[in-house]
Design a protein around this ligand. Structure first.
Ligand code: MN
Length: 448
């Protein structure tokens, strides 16, 4: 079952941290996302909770006794340097932390508050250097948007865009955990083999069709033991929380290498993640029915079919991509929005991805990451990557500086944002996932 709505979602709750009550903040007291940060000058990372424009330092809270009374495992997990231990806890225990954080940060009526210790437990986000939220053991990227799959298929196989397995199997490939980057890290333009005419011989050099992919990542836990698949009815309990993910892709490299085993070096050079993990509990008010399959599409096989999943397996999460070129920043022009879509349009739910992933007995572990695949919708403006947005570069668009874009140029910054809104609830946001493309300079690299 997915997490319930409770008192921590009450729209009347306010925080004593003033910036958390500002309309439009991503991090009101109803959100309470978790992340890992380092204070400047201190190398040891700590776990924090974003509140308004501040961070609540959980290590400092523990030192001041503010986590006293929580189950021992929870307090211990809060004093480690990644979220892995928290992700390994069963949902009931994770829930105790959310309730405590809500009490520590709410304005009134709290039996325990961090207000009196604020000088010691709170720091501005601008002083927190964000790290990856977890030590990711394995990273799997899915392909769960049928709109994305259909568009990409149309470019490759106009007569037969969607392969027959798509409606039966949540398609995925094994991603690379070592090149996961936290938002803000620069992305070096990768080199690779490309074959401009589609046949060999290929050439080797910097990619000419660098792309972003607008995706949502899910950190998993507690996970399963090898040989014990996770049933669909229990799959939600293994989703700890979500972040934004940019699966940078080199399309020319991908086109040459992807058959017969799927993407490899066209994807493994970098994936950027937003630093704050919005927990499954925080998302409870924004659950919606799973995507309704059009008439004529098959029902999923029984092991991928769940009553709760059909009723609440979707998440109403509005996503957008913004782009800013080096020249735009130089001229003081704000980033422009290039796409807008919604996670609820995925053909497969997160629970179906988790169940499918473990259905062969494969074990999932706390801190594993799965990503949704490019989140595209039915409209042109909801296409979640440039490959679709400019139709393989055939339909370029113009930036406010007059520059044209088919694919990403050096110095381009891509910004992903996500936000959940629903009447009678306080909106919550995901913060940002940013990355700037770094120029590939052979001369400089070979000298160093
Ligand atoms: Mn992807």
């Amino acid at each position: 079952m997915s997490a319930p709505i409770d008192g921590t979602h009450d729209a009347a709750l306010q925080s004593w941290v003033a910036s958390a009550n500002a309309p439009g903040t991503d991090f009101p007291v109803q959100n309470l996302p978790l992340g890992v940060f380092a204070r400047s000058g201190d190398a040891r990372p700590r776990i924090g909770c974003a509140i308004g424009d501040q961070v609540l330092d959980l290590e400092a809270c523990a030192e001041r006794g503010l986590l006293r009374g929580l189950p021992e495992d929870v307090e211990e997990a809060c004093r480690t340097v990644t979220l892995n231990a928290l992700m390994g806890l069963e949902p009931r225990l994770r829930g105790t932390l959310r309730h405590r954080l809500s009490h520590l940060l709410r304005a009134e009526g709290a039996f325990v508050t961090a207000r009196n210790d604020r000088a010691d437990v709170l720091l501005p986000q601008s002083e927190a250097e964000m790290r990856l939220p977890a030590a990711v053991g394995d990273y799997t990227d899915f392909y769960a948007s049928i709109f994305h799959a259909n568009n990409v298929g149309r470019m490759l196989r106009p007569d037969n865009p969607l392969l027959p397995n798509y409606r039966w199997v949540p398609i995925g490939y094994h991603g690379r955990a070592s090149s996961l980057l936290v938002s803000g890290a620069t992305v070096p333009r990768p080199r690779g083999q490309t074959a401009p005419r589609g046949e060999g011989p290929p050439e080797f050099g910097p990619t000419r069709s660098l792309d972003y992919e607008l995706e949502v990542g899910a950190f998993l836990g507690p996970g399963n033991t090898l040989g014990s698949p996770i049933p669909i009815a229990e799959a939600e309990e293994h989703v700890f929380g979500l972040c934004l993910a940019n699966d940078w892709s080199a399309r020319d490299v991908q086109r040459w290498e992807y058959q017969p085993l799927g993407p490899f070096l066209s994807k493994s050079f970098a994936t950027s993640l937003s630093p704050w993990v919005v927990t499954a509990e925080a998302l409870a008010p924004f659950r919606v029915p799973a995507f309704v399959r059009p008439d004529g599409d098959p029902e999923p096989l029984p092991h991928l079919r769940g009553e709760d999943d059909a009723a609440r397996g979707g998440i109403d999460l509005r996503l957008e991509v913004l782009l800013s070129s080096e020249a735009m920043r130089r001229e003081g022009k704000p980033p422009v929005r290039v796409s807008r879509s919604n996670l609820r349009d995925l053909y497969w739910t997160l629970a179906q991805m988790v169940t499918h992933h473990s259905s062969n007995g494969c074990n999932l572990r706390p801190g594993d990451l799965i990503a949704s695949g490019t989140v595209s919708g039915p409209e042109e403006e909801s296409r979640g990557c440039l490959l679709e947005r400019t139709w393989r570069g055939e339909q370029p668009f113009t930036l406010p500086t007059g520059e044209e874009r088919r694919f990403l140029e050096d110095g381009d910054e891509v910004i992903l944002r996500g936000r959940c809104e629903r009447d009678s609830f306080v909106p919550i946001g995901f913060g940002e996932c940013r990355g700037v493309i770094e120029r590939f300079d052979e001369g400089v690299r070979s000298q160093t």
